[in-house]
Design a protein around this ligand. Structure first.
Ligand code: C5P
Length: 310
């Protein structure tokens, strides 16, 4: 049993993510779309503290108490803890305390980070000692983005986004995140994309034969060049997110006008991620946008995945 677990509690921190590239293919029979994506974990974290308990329970801080984060089996962290208990025949339960910083329904994988953190925390608390591969398998059963929240760093995701390969990435990228009070539903954004493609006659009967991450995206990450990455940023879901939330286009424009290199909707949105040249430039753009009435968060990537703290 680890030192943390012997004290009856384990604290795990897991990052939110930005998709610096997100290519979406056709919808499969299971309802999921084929993806080619590049995730980058950024320095905005979910904290999960797991304590020994007879039953399973969750408390959440850092969000409005408006029911947007369920405290029952609809909560992905709760499902993660129960899945691990079943998979390892663990007899007891756990009390999960979640401190949220990643926006809820913001397109940054906050719920997936909670689930990844809960898996790592319960694995340590219960001394189940699963291999990284087993944890990855359980994570993939919980949701498409959960394996990446375990993994962190910068990675290429294929399949539903759950088949990961680390991407060579150098240096640090500075981002400003403009969050929204109202979230967007991920399934609704994917459905809107399908509708838009049908309307435009652009949706082929079959998924594209080749759904690959373009070479310039990988090159920009390898060289750590923010200008190159700015040119290569792309999100197929953006058209659908902007269709549902036209104001986000203006947020991107305002960010670029204030000095960001480029901006895009993060994942299914509505968080807008603005890539800046360096930390100083990010601070200057942040100040300019604050004067303009926005309140962006300054984060950087890449950072590690779910980790035990202390
Ligand atoms: O796996 P996760 O729970 O994050 O996915 C939420 C929803 O997003 C899915 O139910 C599906 O509607 C949509 N989705 C998709 N294709 C993906 C990932 C998610 O259509 N590759």
């Amino acid at each position: 049993m680890s030192l943390a677990a012997s004290s009856g509690s384990v604290h795990v921190r897991a990052p939110g993510k930005i998709n610096v590239y997100l290519g979406v293919g056709g919808r499969h029979d299971d309802g999921y779309h084929a993806l080619a994506t590049v995730f980058q974990a950024v320095s905005l974290y979910e904290d999960v503290i797991a304590r020994d308990a007879d039953d399973f329970s969750i408390t959440v801080t850092g969000v409005e108490d408006d029911g947007s984060v369920p405290l029952d089996d609809r909560n992905l962290a709760m499902r993660a803890a129960k899945l691990l208990a079943t998979a390892t025949d663990h007899p007891g339960g756990v009390a999960l305390q979640i401190r949220k910083s990643v926006p809820v329904a913001g397109g940054m994988g906050g719920g997936s980070a909670d689930a990844a953190a809960a898996l790592v925390a319960c694995d340590a608390l219960w001394g189940t000692g699963l291999s990284a591969a087993r944890l990855h398998d359980l994570a993939a059963r919980l949701g498409a983005d959960v394996p990446f929240a375990l993994h962190g760093g910068t990675a290429v995701g294929t399949g539903r986004g759950d088949q990961l390969n680390p991407a060579l990435a150098r240096g640090r990228f500075d981002w400003l995140l403009v969050t929204s009070d109202e979230g967007l539903s991920t399934p609704a954004v994917y459905t809107r994309l399908d509708e838009l493609r049908e309307e435009e006659g652009a949706l082929a009967d079959d998924p594209p034969l080749s759904l690959d991450v373009p070479i310039p995206v990988l090159q920009a990450l390898r060289t750590g060049d923010a200008w190159q990455l700015a040119d290569a940023l792309h999100n197929d879901l953006q058209a659908a997110a902007l269709d549902l939330r036209p104001d986000l286009a203006q947020t991107i424009e305002r960010g670029v006008a204030a000095g960001a290199l480029h901006g895009l909707v993060s994942g299914s949105g509505p968080t807008v991620a603005l890539l800046c040249a360096d930390p100083e430039s990010a601070q200057a753009v942040q100040t300019a946008l604050r004067e303009d009435g926005l309140d962006p968060l300054h984060v950087h990537g890449a950072v590690p995945g779910a980790r035990i703290i202390g």
